[in-house]
Design a protein around this ligand. Sequence first.
Ligand code: ADP
Length: 329
Amino acid sequence: EDIIGLPVTTLIPPDRHDEESDIAERMRRGDRIEHYETLRRHRDGRPIEISLSVSPTRDAGGEITGASKIARDITGRKADAHRVSQLQNELLHATRLASTGQLGAALAHELNQPLTAILNYTGVLQELGAHLAGADGELLRDVVRRVAEQTERAGEIIRRLRGFVAKREPERRMQPLNDAIGEAIALSLIGTIDGGVRLKSEFAAALPAVLIDKVQIQQVMINLLRNAVEAMRDSAERTLTVTTARDGETFVRVSIADTGSGIAPEVAAMLFQPFVTTKGDGLGIGLSICRTIIESHGGRLWTQANEGSGTVFHFRLPLAPDEAGTRGR
Ligand code: ADP
């Protein structure tokens, strides 16, 4: 009743009136418009976000006589999409911070040994140089002293890095595992599913809650999922299966199975060590971080070949004492 007899432009914000002539033009050509996102005017005058589909209507002879329009209010959907991208940013940020810390710890660990060795060797050089007379001897002693100084400085930087890294305390809370896993999948696979990866989630019903640092566990999931997707890049079949299940009386288990290349034999034996990678642009610290996180939760991370082709990564986490022994409430 509000609109009968009025021009359709009543519904269109003034700065979008030329949209209507475009639409009319396309209808005359017999085109359809599907899911075009734009703005229209609400009865009270405020703009609302809509998705517009328009198709020409024809008479019995096939002549175009008009157009039928469907405009869906997508305000809610827009807000959801915004919230998802916000969540994704927060998780990425947390992940990056945590990875920086872990990277620091791994670097400190790996560099400490060679630095100590360099210091020991310069000690030997200093002793040898002490007996050398003349200008050469003096130069040698000076250079060796500088080498020792710089090495100690590097060692000091590493020690500070370690101290900094040790500060982050995990925040553990009782969490429903399926929710945490589901969220991590949703956040890390956006865009991937469209890229031809088929996702199967097989979540056990009524899993007891676990005491976890959710961001850390999600970080593990994101690493494992990303590795799985990357391993399937050249596979004809690309299926990712994520399973959650009880594992005996006292554990829950999460498994991520891919149909990818399988573990390269040259890295298989040291897969979980830092800086082991087969990727040109890989850092090789993902799996070492994952293992550290899972073990700090009292769990275990391991891998096996997938039946047929590909790899399965499993991790298990202990149930809180009062949850253990209850069979899926
Ligand atoms: P990065 O991804 O930076 O190489 P990671 O520690 O996450 O570091 O992985 C180390 C290596 O383990 C990878 O370079 C790859 O060779 C192997 N890898 C990890 N996950 C998989 C998988 N799902 N399938 C096959 N190989 C894998």
